[in-house]
Design a binder for this molecule. Sequence first.
Ligand code: XIL
Length: 302
Amino acid sequence: ADTLGAAAAEKGRYFGAAVAANHLGEAPYVSTLNTEFSSVTPENEMKWDAVEPSRGSFSFSRADQIVNHAQSRGMDVRGHTLVWHSQLPSWVSGLGATDLRSAMNNHITQVMTHYKGEIHSWDVVNEAFQDGSSGARRSSPFQDRLGDGFIEEAFRTARAADPNAKLCYNDYNTDGVNAKSNAVYAMVKDFKSRGVPIDCVGFQSHFNSNSPVPSDYRANLQRFADLGVDVQITELDIEGSGTAQATDYGNVVRACLAVSRCTGITVWGIPDKYSWRASGTPLLFDDNYNKKPAYHAVLSAL
Ligand code: XIL
């Protein structure tokens, strides 16, 4: 196959990109998206501040634009994200425990119901653990007011809202075996043992010189898969250029393909110029949508 999506499909996987609604009017952006990718993740449009900017008042128009585009082209959609400390409106962080619990559950229910049957996987909870050696939860309105149980509650609410969506926990700096991924691993193991509904773990995989592709990436993906969940590479980007960057991208793809429950890969943007990492060149296409060496490495690894 000669596109990322088609090559991944031959391996039973999807190959996706984060998409921003405000670029859908740019012809080469859309043609690259349509040609190469089989899944999309709205980059910001499904986040809490975008869909529920004030309490109980939902606005789905930007996210719907992306979902409609994807559906018209037969692409899958990853939902990102329901419960996260960032891009969270201030009205949420100002609530007391009782109100916060009902606001969280209502948010999950309303958003998932709006997209019921249209999302293959949802990032139900994003980035709930701290970096570093503690393995502790990150301070957030949810953690601080509701305690450790907020994650379990979010997943149970999500399962009830759309029983057919795969429910994922998503995080960064969990790509290799380390204290943070050990803490996520322990949580997933506990959820599986107690019947808390969780189907997948997302590994953001934002790599740079401080946080390179770990040598135990495949082993880490495999140990999660062995708990009985799917694993997905959800926000891949790798700073760098040329052959070194291409080699890293190829290694990421090979790690996923070596794990049968690694069901797909999403890169966090299409051309370098629209990367959230404004200063680098971390993606597969240059600013003029030319295929970079990294693109060719991915395609040949698939
Ligand atoms: C980023 C977006 O790419 C930016 O446009 C936005 O300004 C901030 O968020 N982890 C995540 C993503 O889960 O939602 C983040 O996306 C990148 C880090």
